[in-house]
Design a protein around this ligand. Structure first.
Ligand code: NCD
Length: 306
């Protein structure tokens, strides 16, 4: 079902595909809890090519591959690679394809992962392409919601922050739409979700969507509050980003106004949008969510690598 497949966009996956990956992730999570290791990637190599900063995606992919007894080669600092000599992306991919069994790529340009997949015979996994997609993060988010809430279907999920630029939000909205979730879109003025996406989610998936610029109204009926960082690097004018940075701050007081069993999620890194005081409350789930990066990526690797 998955062998040799690229994972480029959440939209390439059916609900059935996603459910299969979540099931495999649960298997991997149990193995990790029991401190068991699997040797299914023994002798296999993963290339990690990161053209944008990363902590969780790079480290958890690397950890996942090594937990499966595989190894990882990393392009490292761009200035220390042949890219500094003017080599292009296509040639870089051709080399990674020869040197490894699977490629994970993160790149600032939308469509770059799809481009890499067209060149490489080996599976390519998108670790984030510009403001477009981050499918493995979405799988982690769906897995986390299921773990924390026992189900995904029918929940009210508030997506908050930079809805215009955050790829984790765009990916997740489509993933959630497959599970018939009600979406509450909460953003500062000017950072709303693209109208075409909202229309498509409503028309194609029948998603119930409400939109607001008011954080209190946005979280009132939410079961899950999924926050995102202002994506400063994607603004034409960094000063505009600075101004937006303090538009919303999630504090324990704000959360007390919501449902008692509300949970707060975030792909991380957070900047100013979640007060550190929230970390100690029952609402905070973002670090556990980040931890699930390992079992979910173990599942993805084990399914696609031949
Ligand atoms: C996100 C990303 O890179 O899109 N981080 C992640 O992968 N966990 C979120 C972000 O940078 O805001």
């Amino acid at each position: 079902m998955f062998e040799g497949r690229d994972i480029i966009s959440i939209r390439d996956l059916t609900k059935k595909d996603i459910e299969a990956i979540l099931e495999k992730s649960e298997e991997m999570n149990k193995l990790l809890e029991q401190r068991k290791t699997l040797e299914i990637m023994k002798g296999k190599i993963m290339s990690t090519l990161f053209f944008e900063p990363s902590t969780r995606t790079r480290l958890s992919f690397s950890s996942a591959m090594q937990r499966l007894d595989g190894t990882v080669i990393d392009l490292g600092e761009l200035k220390a690679s042949a890219l500094a000599k003017g080599e292009n992306l296509a040639d870089t991919i051709r080399m990674a394809e020869k040197y490894s069994d699977v490629i994970v790529i993160r790149h600032p340009k939308e469509g770059s992962a799809r481009f890499a997949a067209e060149i490489s015979e080996k599976p390519v996994i998108n670790g984030g392409d510009g403001a477009n997609q981050h499918p493995t993060q979405t799988l982690i988010d769906l897995f986390s919601i299921k773990k924390f809430k026992g189900k995904i279907e029918g929940l009210n999920v508030a997506l908050l922050g930079d809805l215009k630029h955050a790829r984790v939000i765009k990916s997740l909205a489509y993933g959630l739409a497959l599970f018939k979730v009600n979406l509450i879109l909460v953003s500062p003025v000017g950072l709303e979700f693209e109208k075409e996406i909202v229309d498509e989610l409503k028309e194609k998936f029948g998603t119930k969507i409400t939109q607001t610029n008011d954080i209190n109204a946005g979280i009132k009926n939410a079961d899950v509050l999924y926050a995102s960082r202002i994506q400063k690097e994607r603004f034409a004018d960094p000063y505009e980003a600075e101004k937006m940075q303090n538009a919303y701050k999630i504090t324990p007081d704000v959360l007390e106004e919501g449902k008692d069993n509300l949970i707060v999620m975030h792909a991380l890194p957070r900047v100013d949008e979640i007060d550190y005081e929230v970390d100690k409350t029952k609402f905070a789930k973002y670090f556990e969510e980040a931890g699930f990066g390992v079992p979910v990526r173990m599942a993805i690797i084990s399914l696609v690598v031949q």
